[in-house]
Design a protein around this ligand. Structure first.
Ligand code: MAN
Length: 553
């Protein structure tokens, strides 16, 4: 509701203004944009065409506070036409355009510091003062931007260096991957050889009298177990026959053969009731000694399932250890097996130095020598284990190098990706930079392009506020607005609420720093801060005011 004085003014002033406008031909240009001034000239016949050319009106009707043109162009300096605009010249400051509805309403518009939106004498002209303040502020901002942009240019240089570093690292890693692939292939050949050699050596060891005897014992045991099981079955069948006989015979027939058979059966089963009550036990039953036989069916079956080849290898390693112990204590041993084994093992270390062209010949010679030494028992099984270990190591090294290469390639792809570090890579420098802000209760930390955290200052633990997810996707990609906001998502789940997330709003500043933190919605946080990465030396001023462009006079 307007104050009564203003309401009265607004009723009276339009009339006064319109009278003044029609009387003063210079005031016909009131509210006209400088670029359009030349269009506001009457014809020699004293007429004027609406700017869209649809209608011709009398020049007197321009700015007469009555809307004649359908496009509203005849009333640039009054509020008579709807959806029209008014331009304030603002001499000493910057021109501004406002909605024509705000013209002659008795209110001094902030955008029109010259007071031209109201009749003369209503609003003071404060453009000089406002312009001075504005220029000072602009100068300070420009200075800040200049300093910030210098820092920013070091970020761009950092990205260039990073690009070179990544390119040469990738080139080196590619060579390394090739070399590692060859190493792995060589190690595989070695392993295959060692394994096939160990097969030959195993076959030889299986001929040993001890192993052969072990195999025979095992076979004999198997045969005994089978026979034992057959006898058990037979005994079970006979028991059934006798039990049936005992239960079904007629004692009145006095058949002695049957009676003897039943007595014999009872004798075998002392727990069973005797055939006749008169039967006396002649001798006291001797107390049976409790013996536990460890070789029950299960134990024998387990023994028979033993893997003899494993046993042979274990035996071999056991004997080797004993040999080593003996040899360690006997330095005067005429045949230094350890020395020889070491020498043979060291043959494997030569692999990496053998040129590719000589490799087949080398392989052949090595196979023969090592084969002979294996037969003689000089080379031990450890050769296979070593070859396997070497192959595993080669595979692991190849995988590690390939994964390093992948990471470096990814880093290079992201370096100039607008969705990551910007088209000039400036943001790369800030990757992993952690900014924090203490609110008293919590310390908020944002590690740029990484994770954001809320840490309690009173020992209450900390919550993840999410990981970097995107820039400001509501602005066009690559624009300063796009880079003025970072969004971190998928943090720790809020009790009865969403996953925590945080929005980081940034503006140009000479430092990377957070300035405020808030939680506008439960578990949805917002921080503001500054960064030199948003300072652009060559950026023209953004349009000022909500109502349009300003023009410096
Ligand atoms: C913790 C903090 C707060 C949050 C509540 C929600 O106390 O993360 O910021 O509002 O949990 O339960």
């Amino acid at each position: 509701m307007l104050p009564p004085t203003i309401t009265l003014l607004s009723l009276v002033l339009p009339l006064t203004a319109s009278a003044a406008l029609s009387a003063d031909p210079n005031r016909k240009l009131r509210g006209v944009l400088p670029a359009r001034r030349s269009l506001y000239t009457p014809t020699s016949a004293g007429t004027w065409k609406c700017l869209n050319g649809n209608k011709e009106i009398s020049w007197d009707k321009v700015n007469d506070d009555f809307c004649d043109c359908p496009d509203g162009s005849d009333e640039p300096g009054t509020s008579a036409c709807p959806n029209s605009t008014f331009y304030c010249v603002n001499e000493g400051h910057e021109g501004a355009t406002i909605s024509s509805t705000r013209v002659d309403d008795g209110l001094c518009e902030k955008e029109c510091c010259d007071g031209s939106d109201e009749p003369e004498g209503v609003c003071p002209n404060v453009c000089e003062e406002v312009g001075k303040e504005y220029r000072q502020r602009r100068e300070a901002e420009a200075k800040l931007r200049k300093t910030g942009s210098k820092i920013r240019s070091t970020y761009v240089i950092f990205a260039e260096k990073e690009k070179k570093r990544l390119q040469s690292s990738i080139a080196a890693l590619k060579l390394e991957v090739e070399a590692k692939k060859k190493e792995e292939a060589h190690a595989k050949i070695l392993l295959d050889h060692a394994e096939s050699m160990s097969q030959a050596s195993l076959a030889y060891k299986q001929q040993s009298p001890l192993y052969q005897s072990l195999v025979k014992h095992s076979e004999a045991l198997k045969s005994l177990q089978a026979r034992y099981q057959a006898l058990q079955n037979r005994e079970r069948a006979l028991s059934d026959v006798l039990r049936n006989l005992k239960e079904g015979y007629n004692p009145n027939y006095q058949d002695m053969a049957v009676l003897e058979a039943v007595r014999g059966w009872d004798g075998l089963n002392p727990d069973a009731s005797p055939v006749e009550e008169t039967t006396e036990s002649s001798e006291p039953v001797a107390e049976k000694e409790e013996t536990v036989d460890p070789w029950d069916d299960n134990a024998i079956s387990t023994l028979l399932r033993e893997d003899h080849v494993s046993l042979l290898l274990q035996h071999d390693s056991h004997i080797s250890q004993e040999d080593s112990t003996e040899e360690e204590g006997n330095h005067s041993a005429p045949f230094d097996r350890i020395g020889l084994t070491g020498a043979v093992d060291s043959v494997f270390d030569l692999e990496s130095y053998v040129p590719d062209s000589l490799y087949p010949a080398y392989e052949n010679a090595r196979t023969q020598v090592v084969g002979l030494l294996t037969k003689l028992g000089v080379v031990r099984e450890s050769t296979t284990a070593k070859a396997r270990e070497r192959h595993n190591t080669a595979i692991n090294q190849l995988r590690n190098t390939e994964s390093k290469l992948y990471n470096e390639e990814q880093a290079l792809n992201k370096l100039y990706d607008p969705k990551w570090y910007g088209a000039d890579g400036a943001w790369k420098k800030l990757e992993g930079t952690c900014l924090s802000y203490n609110t008293g209760e919590y310390t908020y930390e944002v590690c740029l392009f990484g994770q954001a955290t809320q840490k309690s200052n009173n020992g209450g633990g900390s919550h993840s506020l999410g990981h970097f997810s995107s820039w400001n996707t509501s602005a066009p990609e690559g624009t300063p607005e796009y880079y003025s906001r970072q969004v971190y998502k998928h943090g720790a789940k809020c009790w009865n609420g969403p996953e925590r997330s945080i929005t980081v709003d940034l503006v140009c500043g000479t430092e990377n720093v957070l300035l405020s933190v808030s939680e506008p919605e439960k578990c949805e946080y917002r921080v503001t801060g500054t960064t030199p990465a948003l300072c652009f030396a060559d950026t023209a001023d953004k349009p000022a005011g909500s109502s349009g462009a300003k023009e410096e006079l």
